[in-house]
Design a protein around this ligand. Structure first.
Ligand code: PGA
Length: 258
């Protein structure tokens, strides 16, 4: 099974030139990794304005795929500022990050909105990367698993057994994002197994076995292996490290050696 490495550029870099340079550096770096296609699926999720140009310079044969950081649940119409899945499909986007904690926090994105988006992404046959994660306060109050269960169940409302197999779940403890303080592989593994249990109860054991769960939160080239090998995740969601091309290529090299 392939390991997913999803680069979430967030609201970076500031210019289209920098975006192109970053993309090309990663593309060049990956060319030297032998057998990468069979080992890993690398997905770059840039800000919307860069998708068009990056889809033009993307080599269709390259192992890099494009993804978006968000989408809207309607197909077209009077929704100022929103981006539809048809637009994303047209730009060769294969993946969409849904429910990132920064959107939940700064834009008040709710489980209900996330559920609507997930359903639309599945309907349009793109792959959603569905993010869930507890905040520091939830963890300190011993509520982490209850929060994860709630986010998972609400987000997956009316999504059936067949559809859920196309969802990639990303466990991102909010307290571990961006701060350089990642969750320990042991702790992350406990949560991964908990998520599998919830999926198994809601769907079935075979669905739980099949679902892909990624880890995100201060992943870098020195800790990536532990989340995959020790904690059993099927990939990683990478923010900060994905903006430093040498480090990011190193990270993918580590994944290719697993
Ligand atoms: P980080 O971000 O790698 O900078 O912690 C991950 C994310 O927010 O998806």
């Amino acid at each position: 099974m392939k390991t997913f490495v999803i680069a979430n550029w967030k609201m970076n870099p500031s210019t289209i030139q920098e975006a192109q340079t970053l993309f090309n550096s990663v593309k060049e770096g990956l060319k030297n990794i032998r057998g990468l296609d069979k080992k890993a699926e690398t997905v770059i999720c840039p800000p919307f304005p860069y998708l068009s140009i990056l889809s033009n310079i993307q080599d269709p044969k390259s192992s890099i795929k494009l993804g978006a950081q968000n989408c809207f649940w309607e197909e077209n119409g009077s929704f100022t500022g929103e981006i539809s899945l048809l637009m994303l499909k047209n730009l060769e986007c294969k993946y969409v990050i849904i429910g990132h904690s920064e959107r939940r926090l700064f834009l008040n994105e709710t489980d209900r909105m996330i559920n609507k988006k997930l359903k639309k992404v599945l309907e349009k046959k793109l792959k959603p990367i569905f993010c869930i994660g507890e905040k520091k306060k939830d963890k300190e109050q011993g509520k982490a698993q209850a929060i994860l269960k709630k986010q998972l169940e609400n987000g997956l409302k009316k999504i059936n057994k067949k559809e859920i197999k196309n969802i990639i779940l990303a466990y991102e403890p909010v307290w571990a994002i961006g701060g350089g303080k990642s969750c320990s592989p042991d702790e992350a593994q406990v949560m991964r197994l908990f998520l599998k249990k919830v999926i198994s109860q809601k769907y079935s054991r075979s669905v739980a076995n099949e679902i892909k769960i990624l880890y995100g939160g201060s992943v870098n080239n020195s800790n990536v292996k532990s989340f995959i090998k020790e904690a059993g995740f099927q990939g990683v969601l990478v923010g900060g490290s994905s903006l430093r091309p040498e480090e990011f290529v190193e990270l993918i090299k580590e994944v290719s050696k697993i």
